[in-house]
Design a protein around this ligand. Structure first.
Ligand code: GLU
Length: 305
């Protein structure tokens, strides 16, 4: 029988991996190995402007340096390939067509600027603004065709306003989001004829038979969005485990611009990956007592010293 646990590492090749990514990927690796399961490496290279092939080679090198191994991926192949999102566009189109049949999609010609101008409330710092509904149709079934316009069109998923989306995160416990309040109608297909992250992620996690998604806690709200897509597509959703985020000494969340904390810089500085892994193991042992419903423990500071 094939192993029932299938996990994934899903880096975007838009810069060098930093310590925050590394710890999340290490957790995903540990969970897959502890379950005797399979780990998939997926190259999330859909961002045409920022994704670069040299960063694919770089994340493979960085993850290997860290001591991670995977069973399927762009470099090793496997039964659910291709493992680079840019090579999977046709399968996303199938998912998009299925979603269109669900009558929850509509074309939207609003630019980012239009949305900012129409907002009446401040938006969550960490997430996209709640779409003000300018292009939302009065009747959902009226919106299966593109509008007749020359303006670029995104396709949005109409969320069920007021509905509670809840799920039990494997680390954080019960999570609860309200559609229309915590997040609004979101883009599933972009005006440049590419799927959005939300659609590509759900399509791939389902097609690659992922049983547990391990990723950063910055994606908790996206999990709520994705659960709506799983439901609209009549697909079973995987389990979720959201890792704590890392901040620098000033409390700023690590991002690719923190180049001094990239794995490449640490390697060049002669750091030992075993030492990083041991530190994360200690953090994990300490925080395993922290699991508290609906409460995200403080992001962890890097403290390399
Ligand atoms: N490619 C995404 C990132 O690097 C990960 C998304 C996910 O794990 O679902 O942030």
């Amino acid at each position: 029988m094939p192993p029932s646990y299938r996990g994934r590492l899903a880096p975007s090749p838009t810069g060098r991996l930093h310590l925050g990514h590394a710890r999340t990927f290490w957790t995903a690796f540990q969970r897959a190995r502890a379950a005797g399961g399979v780990l998939v490496l997926r190259n999330e290279d859909l961002d045409r402007d920022r994704a670069k092939p040299e960063f694919v080679a770089a994340f493979i090198e960085d993850l290997r340096w860290l001591g991670l191994t995977w069973d399927e991926g762009p470099d090793v192949g496997g039964p659910y390939g291709p493992y680079s999102q840019s090579e999977r566009i046709e399968s996303y189109r199938v998912t998009f067509d299925q979603l269109r049949e669900s009558s929850r999609l509509y074309p939207c010609t609003c630019s980012r600027k239009d949305i900012q101008a129409a907002l009446t409330a401040p938006h969550p710092v960490d997430d996209e603004p709640i779409y003000p509904g300018t292009c939302r149709p009065k009747l959902p079934e009226s919106a299966t065709q593109p509008s007749k316009t020359n303006r670029p069109q995104n396709w949005r998923f109409q969320v069920p306003d007021g509905e509670v989306i809840d799920f039990v995160d494997k680390r954080l416990g019960p999570q609860r989001f309200v559609a229309g309040r915590d997040f609004g109608d979101f883009v599933v297909w972009r005006h440049d004829d590419l799927p959005s992250y939300q659609l590509a992620c759900v399509a791939d996690d389902a097609l690659m038979r992922i049983s547990e998604v391990v990723r950063g806690a910055d994606l908790l709200i996206s999990t709520a969005r994705q659960l709506l897509l799983y439901r609209a597509l009549q697909l079973a959703s995987p389990a979720f485990y959201h890792c704590p985020l890392m901040t620098d000494d000033h409390g700023v969340r690590l991002a690719k611009r923190h180049s001094g904390l990239s794995l490449a810089a640490l390697r060049e500085a002669g750091r030992d990956p075993a030492e990083l892994r041991a530190r994360w193991q200690d953090d994990r042992n300490r925080s395993s007592t922290l699991i508290d419903a609906n409460k995200e423990p403080q992001a962890t500071r890097v403290g390399l010293g």
